[in-house]
Ligand binder design. Structure first.
Ligand SMILES: Cc1cc2nc3c(=O)[nH]c(=O)nc-3n(C[C@H](O)[C@H](O)[C@H](O)COP(=O)(O)O)c2cc1C
Length: 348
């Protein structure tokens, strides 16, 4: 019999009245106490961290990454055994078995599915809504965001280039100014990228965000299964160490990835040259070339997170890594963020 931990003590809802007033829509949408998502992090966001975030009053999201439908099925079941609170599943749109993964989510009646990594393919949003799931999407431009929200997506995450992992070219502060005044009145929008403290959360909530999404700040939570050496690298790093990867061949467009500088960063340059050469030789098409690049990242991230190879693996991290100083329980990080936001708002 799986053991469901005792209902965690709900924090006093009056402890953060100003923050909760601004988060109300986000909390209602997510079904959580606080509108703070822990963005899916491949290899890191599995049952332990996801359940700890949700039990701590936030919203955990399983990173499906390159998992097979069978593995995702097992991960959702295991997460359900650790929390009775809502959590989501993040699916990468270019996954070849995307629709089977959606079926797995349907069987488990997953309440929220996040579609990441590209424009949702035809029928994917509909398939999630058909089983009653809510759909969160990313959009790089305002026009696309409007289109996705009008055609069925339930909420939007805007993520700036300060974030860890795959990134776009625009900063969070600029995206927030472009998207929130246009969308926040009518839609649920979460802001992500570079958020390390509650003061920043307060600012984005005041601009109209319904909530926020953080990754880097949660990657080293006590419940995170990331290797101790991966965590140590985070504790030592400063904002300037989290750099975006460079595209070396103009013919091979690669999505930049923000990670801590190491030998693996250089190896990525070599990998791009290798893939570009096979592309030139006509042995593979552009789609396959990009898939090979993505497989490279998944493998490199696994090496760092699971094996602790912090030299050659990929230490994906956002610029807020400088604010990650020690291992702390996820619930404590959430409480700190809420308290910082509340103090900021109370002092206005
Ligand atoms: C180690 C790591 C792995 C990540 N993997 C994924 C992923 O698999 N899918 C995804 O949509 N986002 C991924 N992200 C992005 C996070 O979900 C989140 O949006 C981001 O970390 C927020 O910005 P922050 O790092 O500045 O807090 C990853 C981020 C990190 C740091």
């Amino acid at each position: 019999m799986p053991i469901i931990p005792a209902e965690p003590k709900r924090s006093d809802m009056t402890a953060y009245p100003k923050t909760h007033a601004l988060m109300a829509r986000g909390c209602e949408f997510l079904g959580t106490e606080h509108a703070i998502l822990c963005g899916a992090m491949s290899w890191v966001s599995e049952r332990n961290l996801v359940s700890a975030i949700s039990n701590g009053g936030g919203f955990g999201v399983i990173a499906c990454g390159a998992m097979t439908p069978e593995l995702l099925d097992a991960e959702i079941a295991a997460t359900k055994a650790l929390t009775a609170k809502p959590f989501g599943v993040n699916l990468i749109t270019m996954h070849p078995a995307l629709f089977e993964l959606i079926e797995v989510c349907a069987r488990h009646q997953v309440s929220h599915v996040v579609l990441a990594g590209g424009i949702p393919p035809k029928g994917s949003v509909e398939a999630i809504k058909a089983f009653g799931g809510k759909v969160l999407v990313f959009a790089p431009t305002l026009a696309l965001a409007k289109k996705l929200l009008r055609s069925g997506a339930d909420a939007l995450v805007i993520e700036g280039m300060e974030a860890g992992g795959h990134i776009g070219p625009v900063s969070t502060s600029v995206l927030a100014q472009e998207f929130l005044p246009e969308l926040a009145a009518d839609f649920v929008v979460f802001v992500a990228g570079g958020i390390g403290r509650g003061e920043a959360i307060a600012g984005y909530l005041e601009m109209g965000a319904s909530g926020v999404q953080l990754g880097t700040r949660f990657a080293c939570a006590s419940e995170s299964i990331a290797h101790p050496d991966f965590k140590k690298a985070f504790f030592r790093a400063n904002a300037r160490d989290a750099v975006a990867s460079v595209q070396v061949d103009p013919r091979l467009p690669v999505i930049p990835v923000r990670a801590l500088k190491n030998k693996g960063t250089e190896e990525f340059t070599a990998k791009q040259r290798e893939v570009a050469a096979i592309l030139d030789a006509g042995a593979i098409g552009m789609g396959e070339a990009q898939l090979q690049i993505e497989h490279y990242w998944a493998g490199a991230l696994r090496r760092a997170v699971i094996d602790g190879d912090v030299e050659n693996g990929s230490l994906m991290a956002g610029q807020s890594v400088g604010m990650v100083k020690a291992e702390e329980p996820a619930a404590d990080i959430i409480a700190q963020l809420m308290a910082e936001s509340e103090t900021a708002l109370a002092g206005r």
